[in-house]
Design a protein around this ligand. Sequence first.
Ligand code: NDP
Length: 286
Amino acid sequence: MSNQNFRSILTGSFSTPCADNPTVAMIEAAYRHAGLDARYINCDVKAGNLAAAVRGAVAMEWVGFNCSLPHKVAVIEYLDELAEAARIIGAVNCVAIRDGRLVGNNTDGKGFLASLREVIDPAGKKVFLLGAGGAARAIAVELGLADVAHITVVNRDPAKAETIAALVRDNTKSDATARPWVGNARVPEGTDIVINATSVGLGDADAMVEVDPDTLAKGQVVADVIPNPPMTRFLREARQRGCTPLDGLGMLVNQGVIGVELWLGATLDAGVMKQTLRDIFGASDA
Ligand code: NDP
């Protein structure tokens, strides 16, 4: 008989396609750094197989999993409980399994907020939010729960912007309004935080969101959700104008930290995770 333990703690991700998702590299590097015998398995799960995948995770006693596109809403019907933000957002990207019970969380907005708090306390601030997709929705709800004063949600499809503004008004103490995105958007005077939560810039370092960069003001925090490449054209324009740029790597890293805290109760080294992503995507100050 051996005293050694050959059983690893199991975590992972269900999405499709999944091959370009770097989370596995980031989390497994941090598991190794922490000396944890834990694995993160990146699984390609097609929409019709989600129920079986969830049952499999429970059967194999995984402690939790992330779910990404296309499962963030569909997974909810297999869960026992939802955390507050996940309930308001209506989407789950992180499930914790304890004693066979499945609890759904949404770490998209929480990861963004943890990253934002490294440069500014959002309470009482005015926010200009570009985009009204899943990332924008999660970010807006968390900003509302963090007591920002006001969010202006700007989107090409104004109905989606209004849905998010109403979610914030109805579920948090913050105020929010929607605005259609027509031509080059102008950032209103008095804005403290500007966020690109669109997909513009993903995989294209020269793509620029349709914002007049001369309306950005010195001292503003300008954040981008795009993790690849981290230093987007929008952030470069903001940095040139004396703004504080915040790249999408911090959001991704903090989602990893928060997810593992929910699963294992352990706080992984964010620095190790960020360096792993930098090695994959290129340095964020490039
Ligand atoms: P969605 O598809 O749900 O939403 C995309 C949004 O981008 C919509 O509001 C869409 O506007 C807008 N958009 C797309 N192209 C343009 C354009 N040319 N001009 C103006 N608006 C545009 O995507 P998600 O919200 O899920 O993801 C958005 C981005 O966030 C992705 O690039 C993803 O990589 C990133 N992300 C980063 C994370 C991180 O941890 N760093 C986590 C999650 C997402 P419309 O509604 O009018 O079509």
